[in-house]
Design a protein around this ligand. Structure first.
Ligand code: HEM
Length: 429
């Protein structure tokens, strides 16, 4: 549209052309008889206008929100009363032409701009009708005439009200107070999100620094210790014990570093995954072999009871081994249970493997946090969560989901825990 063709009047902006205006009047049942009826009310209106306007403002001023709006500028009430006087006179002019529509739309538009919420404005139309009813009851002789007059007034008031609502909607009226509160809440939420994103970025930076700066030295120490253990056959038993302890600690650190590294790889979408058919029994046996409880913790036992005839799953062999290994090590270290079992079951299209302990269990509040990054959950009062950064479970969740599987835990305090993971299986007949 060229500027000259752009709609200028409110009727044009609302698409309220002559046809639409006629349709509106028809729907409100407004006709020639109503025009005549309203014109006949003009002398009554004139006689009662002062008292009418006084009552109208007395009512509005009883409500503090409206009073402050009305008194926000000196002389506003007096000015308004003048404007309203002609508004009421137009109401009984019998005119419902284009100019009438436009004037009604303008008044509605003015109120929506002023921030007079629709509930006040509609209530004020109701008040107009009630004031009229009171006057007409006094001034009309027959009941039939009262009904006719009042019907015509209802039609014109509802017409005005509908036009006012059109402009409220056109203006996209928003309750200022509520909008301000919403805006403040949004700003607070955005701030919190920014702080959270910054913290996440800091954590990620820290993680990658830790990984790169720690992995090589720890690897170096581990290699030297293994060399010393292999070559140092004449070492005293106590020294061998120290070296074995260092070896275990190094492997533990490497496991954490590896988890951290893989979590960021998965998050960056850079984790290579090779899916193949794998049997759970095989993986469970390999994990059991690696995770035998170390000496000193020999009070704990690990039983693996996985049926080798279960359908194979589709998984990355290395990844699955590391997931299961994390779950088993967690149970051995943190459940406080002396007896850990690994079992598996098949359901259509899926095999589920479970790591079951009979330890202290997990508090219901802690369950949702278990798989979150950088959250460690204390599994028993004597457990030190510091011992593990909690990265094992977040890694497991990301890795299982990467292979199209699911992971979860079922537990109740005092009743042990069952960590389970399900992976898609080859369908066998
Ligand atoms: C159906 C009932 C109402 C009618 C017929 C009416 C009528 C009018 C008219 C004709 C104007 C002048 C509009 C213009 O500038 O073109 C006006 C303005 C205004 N009305 Fe109303 N009004 C009604 C309800 C209310 C209510 C409920 C409030 C609440 C406080 C209100 C507050 C105002 C204010 C603050 C102005 C602006 C006055 C100015 O220009 O300083 N009105 N009204």
């Amino acid at each position: 549209l060229a500027d000259d063709d752009a709609p200028v009047t409110l009727s044009e902006r609302l698409g309220l052309d002559a046809e639409a205006q006629a349709l509106r009047l028809a729907f409100y049942g407004f006709g020639e008889a109503d025009r005549a009826e309203l014109v006949s009310l003009a002398p009554i209106c004139d006689r009662h206008l002062d008292e009418y306007i006084a009552d109208f403002y007395a009512h509005l001023l009883r409500f503090p929100a409206l009073e402050s709006l009305l008194r926000s500028e000196p002389g506003r009430v007096a000015k308004l009363q003048g404007l309203q006087r002609s508004y009421f006179q137009q109401m009984v002019s019998g005119r419902t032409d284009e100019g009438y529509f436009e004037s009604r739309l303008r008044v509605g538009d003015a109120h929506q701009r002023l921030g007079v919420a629709p509930q006040w404005y509609i209530g004020a139309f109701g008040l107009i009708l009630r004031l009229w009813l009171r006057v007409l009851a006094e001034e009309t002789e027959s009941r039939e005439e009262l009904v006719r007059r009042f019907e015509s007034l209802i039609k014109v008031v509802f017409l005005d009200m509908s036009l006012a609502l059109d402009t409220y909607i056109l203006g996209g009226f928003v309750d200022r107070d509520k909008a301000d509160r919403l805006e403040r809440a949004t700003a607070m939420a955005e701030d919190a999100l920014r702080v959270k994103q910054n913290t996440e970025r800091l954590k990620d930076d820290l993680s990658s620094m830790v990984v790169h700066d720690l992995k090589n030295p720890v690897n170096g120490i581990a290699m030297m210790v293994q060399l010393a253990l292999r070559k140092g056959t004449e070492l005293p038993e106590a020294h061998r014990g120290y070296l074995l302890h260092i070896d275990r600690t190094c492997r533990e650190m490497l496991r954490l570093i590896q988890n951290l590294l893989e979590i960021s790889q998965i998050e960056d979408g850079k984790m290579p995954v090779t899916l193949e058919t794998v049997t759970m029994a095989e993986i469970a046996a390999e994990v059991a072999l690696q995770s035998e409880p170390p000496p000193g913790e020999s009070g704990r036992s690990l039983r693996v009871e996985v049926d080798p005839t279960l359908p194979p799953v589709i998984a990355d062999r290395g990844l699955l081994r590391r997931i299961l290994s994390n779950l088993v090590i967690n149970a051995l270290r943190h459940s406080g249970s002396s007896d850990i079992r690994v079992e598996a079951t098949a359901s259509p299209g899926e095999v589920t493997i479970k790591v079951i302990d009979r330890g202290a269990g997990i508090a219901p509040d802690d369950v949702p946090r278990l798989f979150e990054k950088f959250r460690s959950v204390r599994r028993s009062p004597s457990d030190t969560p510091i011992g593990d950064t909690g990265l094992g479970l977040p890694f497991c969740k990301l890795a299982v989901e990467l292979m199209g599987g699911r992971i979860g835990v079922e537990s109740a305090p005092g009743e042990g825990a069952v960590f389970w993971l399900s992976l898609p299986s080859i369908v066998t007949r």
